[in-house]
Design a protein around this ligand. Structure first.
Ligand code: NAP
Length: 302
């Protein structure tokens, strides 16, 4: 059997088209335009490219977009004041501070200063708590885990009653995706297990998984024989395993590999995400989805 390849690029594009329609409707019926500010401190090339990609997508979706660049030596106090300004700006519904921040700034303090109702990244402790409680309380799901859920559901996998095994327990992927799949809600209702470095028999847990989500950051960690035939495998891992020359640009680019042996796993799984092109493209799209959601909440739009 050869697995269906779940293309994050295609699903992300589909969701962006849905969002574009939603944004046009909000503007026409309610005169509301979703507003997103991305705050960048310093000139780290990777951070610049992430922020540029976020801005590009928000422009494509006709958001009110602000790119706020701050010098590397901006003080913590000044950054907190900036966040306060955007917290009180009714045209801004989502605030994103690009990480990492310079060492002289307390990252936690800055992130926790964002109004939880504008925390479109979904990492503010209030939003983490809301997700734990679930139901109507869950406001913003963190972007990568929310993207994973979309991929599973849109690939046509039944989640209700499914055995979901998550490899990894980080706050940004493992714990939130486990929490999302556990919710008493559509696209969830699963029986969830989380495995990590102290798990005794990881293979045994993975073998039972109808849906296996792997977020460890270890290339080829999951062996083909751990995969249940016909299951859905979501490989979140992004591991740089070398460099090559891009055929398109002639420049050096990283060779990326996931946490699952893709070539072998695709002969056993029912569906699998590739790396790159699987989970990766979903993250920014879900940030946009959260911004639309935030604009709706702020304006009492159903
Ligand atoms: P992380 O914070 O390093 O957490 C990794 C988790 O995996 C930890 O809980 C760790 O267990 C577990 N783990 C590591 N090695 C293991 C092993 N040999 N056996 C069992 N468990 C093991 O990583 P993360 O931030 O969640 O990211 C995970 C991967 O996803 C990375 O490759 C990252 O680049 C990628 N990622 C991709 C996206 C995207 O595509 N948009 C977004 C986020 C992350 P312990 O807790 O016991 O140490």
């Amino acid at each position: 059997m050869t697995a269906k390849i779940i293309s994050g690029k295609e699903v992300a594009q589909q969701i962006r088209e849905e969002l574009k329609k939603e944004v046009a409707e909000m503007k026409e019926k309610h005169g509301v335009v979703p507003g997103l500010v991305t705050i960048l401190v310093g000139e780290d090339p990777a951070s610049i490219s992430y922020v540029t990609a976020k801005q590009k997508t928000s422009h494509e979706l006709d958001f009110h977009s602000i790119q706020d660049n701050q010098p590397p030596d901006v003080s913590e106090e000044a950054l907190l004041q900036l966040i306060d300004k955007y917290n009180n700006d009714p045209q801004i519904h989502g605030i994103l501070v690009q990480l990492p921040l310079p060492k002289h700034i307390d990252e936690k303090k800055v992130l926790n200063a964002i109004d939880p109702d504008k925390d479109v990244d979904g990492f503010h402790p209030v939003n983490v708590g809301r997700l734990m409680i679930g139901g109507d309380e869950a406001k913003f799901l963190p972007c990568t885990p929310a993207g994973i859920q979309e991929l599973i559901v849109r690939a046509g996998f039944e989640t209700s009653g499914a055995e979901v095994v998550v490899v990894g327990r980080s706050n940004i992927v493992g714990k939130p995706i486990a929490n999302i799949m556990l919710q008493k809600a559509a696209g969830a209702n699963a029986t969830v297990t989380i495995v990590h470095t102290r798990t005794k028999d990881m293979a045994a847990h993975c073998k039972r998984a109808d849906i296996l989500v792997v977020a460890a950051g270890v290339p080829d960690l999951v062996k083909p024989e751990w995969i249940k035939p016909g299951s859905c495998v979501i490989d979140v891992g992004v591991n740089r395993v070398g460099e090559k020359i891009s055929e398109k640009t002639g420049k050096k680019i990283a060779i990326l590999k996931g946490d699952v042996n893709f070539e072998a796993a695709k002969e056993i799984a029912g569906a699998i995400t590739p790396v790159p092109g699987g989970v990766g493209p979903m993250t920014i799209t879900m940030l946009m989805k959260n911004t639309v959601k935030a604009a709706k909440f702020a304006n009492n739009i159903q």
